[in-house]
Design a protein around this ligand. Structure first.
Ligand SMILES: *Cc1c(COP(=O)(O)O)cnc(C)c1O
Length: 409
């Protein structure tokens, strides 16, 4: 599709250019696990091409769904376009995607070292530190990347905005420090609408598609945008290890892309209102949101097109206050994950960042909010009632009683 189109338009139309020719309007779903082979020769050639990470030959067969699925490929085409990348490769989760990225970049002869810029999502930090993938890892801060690179470094892992405190790291600066070593940026919090790491020199942009891309809390998935050459290496890992995205998940993600721009715009507006309300609250010691420090490095200008809809706050009263708030909100569901249509609240140190070593773990008085599509006034009222410690009857009535399963009457 033409590069001149606005991203909002690309989000609606990408990966759909052949639908007219097919005579359909909605995205088709192909659930085949196996595919007819034209003959032994072409079947074998097709298998060989895809098992080594290539695309299916025009006159061949898709052979087997662990190698290729058209519904998944359609979503991948759309995501690649939104990320200004040649290709993208989808996986069964964000962690399967990160695993494939690490394996693909550390299994070449003489490359087994990874530089990981902290802070990172707890699961990524844990995966790297676990030794499960055989990589040797140096953790460092954004300014120490250059000094951490070795001759056997195969990958630099970076996340910005960071989770949960929304610090921004200069992608172009990390890329410059990395030199010839490819940089993967976890772009989950920003989405392709607010940030395109590949435009800033990163080799790969990774998403937990479970979050904003899916947007409805009903698909676990991951996706990596990159060059076609890197996509081949990732598809090879995917074909061999089997960390696949199911076509029904790919369908939901692709459908969700169309509403991503309006969802994010509204969520971001509400986040900004909630941030300015939180800044005046005596119960809150500190608010974390991009731009609150005045953006001294100019990163909101240079690398982002918005501030997003994730907010974190440090509660006065330490862990006790934070844990009381987390379990007392009504409209904010106390749950991990983020980026969906409904608002969530969670305690990073106890949950998402639990596997991170204590010295790099978020403080125990920090809570993270994912702002959904509810009216901002209602969300603010929910937080106000929670902070006031108001009796249950004064609060927003519970929508659902978890014990009895009864809905609000
Ligand atoms: C959730 C998340 C992941 C992991 O993705 P899954 O889909 O849960 O496997 C990675 N990075 C970030 C920033 C996340 O929020």
């Amino acid at each position: 599709m033409s590069a001149a189109l606005h991203p909002d338009t690309v989000a609606v139309h990408s990966g759909r250019s052949d639908l007219g020719e097919l005579g359909v309007h909605a995205l088709p779903i192909d659930l085949s696990t196996t595919n007819p082979l034209p003959d032994v020769e072409r079947g074998g050639d097709s298998y060989e091409a895809m098992a080594t990470g290539g695309r299916p030959p025009a006159d061949g067969s898709l052979v087997y769904a662990r190698l290729w699925n058209p519904t998944v490929a359609r979503f991948e085409e759309a995501l690649a376009e939104l990320e200004h990348a040649e290709a993208s490769v989808a996986f069964g989760s964000g962690m399967a995607a990160m695993t494939a990225v690490i394996l693909a970049h550390t299994n070449a002869v003489g490359k087994r070292h990874v530089v990981a810029v902290r802070p990172l999502y707890g699961g990524t930090d844990h995966l790297l530190g676990s030794g499960l993938l055989g990589a040797e890892v140096t953790y460092c801060g954004p300014r120490e990347v250059g000094a951490s690179i070795r001759t056997d470094t195969g990958l630099v892992v970076l996340e910005t905005p960071a989770n949960p405190t929304l610090e921004l790291t200069d992608i172009a600066d990390v890329v410059a420090q990395a030199g010839a070593v490819p940089v993967v940026v976890d772009n989950t919090f920003a989405t392709p609408l607010l940030q395109n790491p590949i435009d800033l020199g990163a080799a790969l942009s990774l998403h937990s598609a479970t979050k904003y891309l899916g947007g409805h809390g009903d698909v676990i998935a991951g996706v990596v945008a990159c060059s076609e050459q890197t996509a081949e290496a990732l598809r090879r890992v995917r074909a061999v290890t089997g960390g696949l995205l199911h076509p029904l998940g790919a369908y939901l993600l692709h459908r969700g892309l169309a509403t991503l721009p309006v969802r994010l715009q509204r969520q971001q507006e509400s986040a900004r209102r909630i941030v300015s309300w939180l800044l005046d609250r005596p119960e809150v010691a500190e608010v974390f949101y991009p731009g609150l420090d005045g953006d001294p490095q100019g990163l909101l200008d240079r690398q982002m097109r918005g501030t997003g809809a994730m907010v974190a706050m440090r509660m006065r009263g330490g862990y006790a206050a934070a844990s009381a708030v987390a379990s007392a909100t009504r409209l904010f569901t106390h749950a991990v994950s983020l980026g969906g249509v409904d608002s969530l609240i969670q305690h990073p140190a106890a949950l998402t960042h639990r596997p991170v070593p204590a010295e790099s773990r978020p403080a125990a008085d920090i809570l993270r909010l994912s702002i959904g599509l509810e009216a901002a006034d209602d969300l603010i009222a929910d937080l106000a009632a929670t902070f006031a410690g108001a009796s249950t009857s004064d609060r927003v009535a519970p929508l659902h009683d978890a014990r009895t399963g009864a809905g609000r009457s």
